[in-house]
Design a protein around this ligand. Structure first.
Ligand SMILES: NC(=O)c1ccc[n+]([C@@H]2O[C@H](COP(=O)([O-])OP(=O)(O)OC[C@H]3O[C@@H](n4cnc5c(N)ncnc54)[C@H](OP(=O)(O)O)[C@@H]3O)[C@@H](O)[C@H]2O)c1
Length: 343
């Protein structure tokens, strides 16, 4: 369970990073890459997709449940890509004609895809469609699993799980399980491993997990326990901290599945924590309380970062090294991470 000291240290850290954003990686860091941001229609996901467009990606794929929303986001990213291409052409005085091409690719294709993590069928259909992209040519270079919800009330998904468990944990893990064998197989067509990063949250550390093992041992199961409405965790974030903790536990198991016979990760897996960021995700919680409606306009601008700032942290998940595959368990050892290198 997070202590008051920990919570205060997170708030201080977020205020600090609000004023001192992580520097962007060098131009062309995603040069020529194919990037997929799951949950890229808005907030942090859209900002991460924009960074990848600006940092030289050849193709950026974004997902949403909603055709219109993802269409608007796609148009926005296409405008950014076009502006980059125009700026690069102007800088080289007409590009190839002037005999000096830019050091990294400046044209970027943006693709919008539909995905609803609340439904297994949608996850399977999306995974099958994604696996056709660059099949046999290395697949996707960087996958950012960013989709999540926070609900203020208990809401079951069509699959029978409480919605945060379904979307934030089960949907993400199912998608990873469906894609990892393909990404692993694509390793032989690649010079370096692909990257998969989950967007996590400090909220995952606020659980008291001391009883979880007992629920497993008794046969009830941790998921079944938290899926019961009577055990719906009280407090502002509902099932969100539980769902994010389950995702982190699952990530540790997923990391083992991608280690090749050479003992190296054939896909580099990490979790990235953006800190507190002003996005739409808090809306249900804020709307549910008149006290929070009063407090939010004061607290959010003072403490929460912009999406552009928070997404700088998320894209580091696409730039980590093989040694950082188990980064979360090594950070306490003081090893340098991709984000540290940017500081
Ligand atoms: N904001 C923060 O302070 C904060 C702090 C720590 C971690 N995070 C994490 O950052 C990530 C992005 O959150 P955000 O703050 O940017 O929130 P957001 O603006 O609400 O964006 C959430 C994204 O998830 C997608 N999504 C929601 N439900 C989905 C579903 N059932 N199936 C597929 N996609 C779904 C949304 O797409 P559509 O609605 O278009 O389908 C949207 O693109 C989340 O993983 C969140 O837990 C946020």
């Amino acid at each position: 369970m997070a202590s008051i000291t920990q919570i205060i240290s997170w708030i201080v850290r977020d205020i600090y990073h609000g004023w001192n954003p992580l520097p962007l990686p060098p131009a062309g860091s995603f040069g020529g890459q194919t990037v997929c941001v799951v949950g890229g229609s808005t907030g942090l996901g859209l900002a991460a997709a924009e960074h990848c467009v600006n940092l030289g990606a050849a193709e950026v794929i974004i997902t949403s449940r909603d055709m219109h929303r993802v269409g608007v986001a796609k148009e926005y990213l296409e405008e950014k890509a076009q502006a980059n291409a125009n700026a690069a052409a102007a800088a080289t005085g007409g590009g190839e004609a002037a005999g000096s091409s830019p050091p990294f690719r400046t044209e970027c294709r943006v693709r919008a895809m539909i995905l609803d993590m609340n439904r297994y069928g949608s996850v399977v259909a999306f995974a099958n469609a994604l696996k056709e992209i660059r099949r046999g040519q290395g697949g996707i270079d960087f996958l950012l699993f960013n989709a999540a919800v926070i609900q203020a009330r208990y809401r079951p998904s069509p699959e029978g799980w409480q919605e945060e468990l379904q979307v934030n944990a089960l949907g993400n893990v199912l998608l990873a399980l469906l894609l990892l064998p393909w990404l692993r197989a694509e390793r032989r067509h690649r010079a370096a491993p692909a990257h998969l990063a989950f967007t996590t949250s400090s909220a995952s550390l606020s659980n008291d997990a001391s009883k979880w093992e007992g629920w497993s041992a008794s046969g009830e199961g941790v998921l079944n326990h938290w899926n019961k409405e009577e055990y719906w965790p009280p407090g502002l974030s509902g099932g969100y901290p539980v769902s994010k903790a389950l995702l982190m536990y699952a990530e540790r198991e997923l990391e083992k599945l991608v280690v090749g016979p050479d003992g190296k990760p054939w896909v580099i897996i990490n979790s990235m924590e953006p800190g507190m960021v002003k996005t739409e995700i808090q809306r249900h919680v804020v709307e549910s309380s008149s006290f929070l409606q009063f407090l939010a306009p004061i607290i959010i601008p003072a403490v929460f970062k912009t999406s552009e700032n928070g997404a700088r942290i998320l894209i580091m998940g696409g730039l980590t090294t093989e040694e950082e595959h188990y980064a979360h368990s090594r950070q306490s050892d003081g090893e340098e991470t991709a984000a540290d290198r940017m500081e």
